[in-house]
Design a protein around this ligand. Sequence first.
Ligand SMILES: Nc1nc2c(ncn2[C@@H]2O[C@H](COP(=O)(O)OP(=O)(O)OP(=O)(O)O)[C@@H](O)[C@H]2O)c(=O)[nH]1
Length: 629
Amino acid sequence: MAKNIKTNKKPQQVNKKEMSKQHAKQIKQQLNETVATGIIDGVFVYTEALSIADFANQIGKSVAEILKYFFAQGLMLNQNVVLSEEQMAELALEFGFDFRKEESLTKENFFEALDASEEDKPEDLEHRAPIVTIMGHVDHGKTTLLDSIKNTNVVGGEAGGITQAIGAYQVKNKDGKKITFIDTPGHEAFSEMRSRGANVTDIVILIVAADDGVMPQTEEAIDHAKLANVPIIVFINKCDKPGADPERVKAELMKYEIVAEEYGGDIPFVQGSAKQKIGLDQLEETILLIAEMQDYKANPNKLAKGVVIEAHLDKAKGPVASILVKEGTLDIRDMIIAGTTYGNIKHMEDETNKKVLKAGPSKPVVVYGLNEVPSAGDKFIVMNDEKMARTIAEAQAEKKLAAERQSNQIFSLDSIKKHIDDGELKAINLIVKADTQGSVEALKGSLTKIDIPGVKLNIIRASVGTITLSDVTLASTVTDGIVLIYGFNVRPDAVVRKKAEEEGIEIRLHNIIYKVIEELEDAAKGMLDPEYKEVVTGSAEIRATFKHSDIGTIGGFHITDGSIERKSKVRIIRNGIVIYTGELATLKHLKDDIKEAKINSEGGLTIKNFNDIKEGDIVEGYKEEEVKK
Ligand SMILES: Nc1nc2c(ncn2[C@@H]2O[C@H](COP(=O)(O)OP(=O)(O)OP(=O)(O)O)[C@@H](O)[C@H]2O)c(=O)[nH]1
């Protein structure tokens, strides 16, 4: 028996490894393959927009002939002008060729091209749980409905329930049938994901309160659901309330072509109460019925692919991402590329906080181990080849950067007022980085309310995570108006700081939202008080810690940048997040007290009133210097 288990297990492990190897090899090959372009069997085949000179060469005509064609239309072009795809198609037809675009797999179009090129054989497909999103007007009961569904269903066959908010969760009914619910924060997020090609939802539940009827956001939800082109189920909620009028809701929805079956339409309606847990069984049955009719399937026996539902930076655990597997099976220790980031999955949990080793189609899980925080809606794919994962993630990051790039000019914060007065400044461009999605949203909300006459405030990036080189690079592309990077509860490391200095990019660090707003408003009014400026003197890495009975935890440090003085103020940074700000208590080299520790030197330090120093922490020394106006 034992022998049997062993022989059963081994080939499976080999298979996964072999599969990963094959997969990486195949993708590498596809990336290196160049698609044949030019005139092939009388058809003009192209992969991208071409200049007039290249286009002429590819279709075997002279540049003069092409320029003549445009000249006849009143357009004076030269051979370096890049043609649009429409213009190329038009010209191809003009010269008697059909045309076809071929998509070659590149690091930049990696996710899109891969999606288009990979198709499963029908015999490899297996049933998967339907993925459902609930949408409706504010206060009509989305949260209550989700909570009631969570509480009435036994998760994973065990009592205990869903304990963490991971943006998506799976429930199992009494017959063992599963449904995955996506807990999107709003309609915008739903459509934002869809616009990025992350079509995760199979079915939309439109919730309408029976005592309130169709409201503005109900209309919005209908638009979003229709755009997504997925089946809709209407849940008429709050039928327990005295003023409830489900018939009115049905009549109102007819205006939007949401017609109940009893009125000759084909939209299923369920009446009930999320609060009293009425109608939930029928709602689930309806979902499962649609799932049966639509026959949702995926191939579980391949490397996983899916979508990031939400992500944040955890103080202790680093980047944390809730992801939904769409195809294949994700294994713990798989390496994934998620948008512009990648990493080995070190740990995986489900919505009940339980460790999981595998996640198949339609399964939402929380993963730990990515090197940066991805964005909601990013696609992910397993790529068990670190070098490839890194190059592709980097190419994706560059592509994102290019998309965000703006052509603008740089000023410093101090000079905003002057430039406004001179009428030179038209835009303040901000890059906002914060420790949680909540802070990002709050900052965005407050910043957009700032009103400086004649000045446009552009938030060119607002995301969770520490300030990185890519933020500085993005800032350095801004050439019109001022550009500032705001770090909220996060800090750049020495490399990033140096790069920002070189590029003349100002990084402002805060931990109170109104300070950010106040500073910007003051700056705009020319009231910025630049009397003191913080100057970072250097950083040290804690490479070991020692417990001392009298003085507490000693951090064995190595100065990696600049120097730190005994009198320095310090910040303790863990995973890019400031966890403590204070002063040094002691600074020693071997047994001796020292005044300053310089680059590459080592020693031990302790921090006043802070005993939680850990290996890997960065201690950043800084002082406040007076700034001459
Ligand atoms: N009587 C009654 N009250 C309900 C029912 N469902 C929800 N409510 C109440 O309606 C209010 C709003 O419910 P939520 O679930 O927070 O509504 P929501 O749509 O999630 O609201 P937002 O998250 O703000 O968009 C709460 O006070 C609920 O207790 C129901 O079936 N019957």
